[in-house]
Design a protein around this ligand. Structure first.
Ligand code: SF4
Length: 160
């Protein structure tokens, strides 16, 4: 606690292998957010991570290099949350499924600007209305990648 993300990644973890560049660190497990290079000097604590749009969660970290597509990353974690949803409440049960559909479409360069707007709207609704922490945090990977890597979504929209 209190150690900078940069120190954990570069010193303790040994940095990015094979001469690749750092792109993002995802903290907190599948429903955590992705943090870009600009925030690597942030100390790891509950409040700081929350401010960046992520969380402590399980304490896990996934480090991504510059070969990672952040739209694919968001789709991958949404698939996990969709599968883990217990189905008790509609926002999470239907919302994770629909968000996964939209992310898959955008990842295949078949999504429209309206799909992207709907995805953002769904993130807010699912976050605000789901019954438990799984649904409330499931949009985090999408919201954080939209916050820090929005250009990758824009590039993937149908028609460029
Ligand atoms: S938010 Fe929780 S209670 Fe609702 S469907 Fe998801 S896992 Fe179940």
């Amino acid at each position: 606690m209190g150690t900078r993300l940069r120190d954990i990644i570069e010193d303790i973890g040994g940095g990015i292998p094979d001469g690749r560049a750092f792109k993002a660190v995802q903290t907190g497990g599948p429903s955590g957010g992705c943090i870009p290079e600009a925030h690597l000097d942030t100390p790891v604590d509950y409040d700081s991570l929350k401010t960046l749009g992520t969380m402590m969660g399980s304490g896990g970290m996934i480090i991504m290099d510059d070969t990672s597509s952040m739209v694919d990353v968001a789709r991958y974690f949404m698939e996990f949350c969709m599968t883990e949803s217990c189905g008790k409440c509609i926002p999470c049960r239907a919302g994770t499924f629909q968000m996964h559909e939209l992310l898959s479409r955008i990842a295949k360069s078949q999504g429209t600007r309206a799909d992207l707007a709907l995805l953002e709207e769904l993130c807010e609704v699912v976050q605000a209305t789901s019954l438990c922490g799984l649904g409330q945090t499931a949009p985090n990977p999408v919201l954080s990648t939209l916050r820090y890597f929005r250009e990758e979504y824009e590039e993937k929209l149908a028609g460029g």
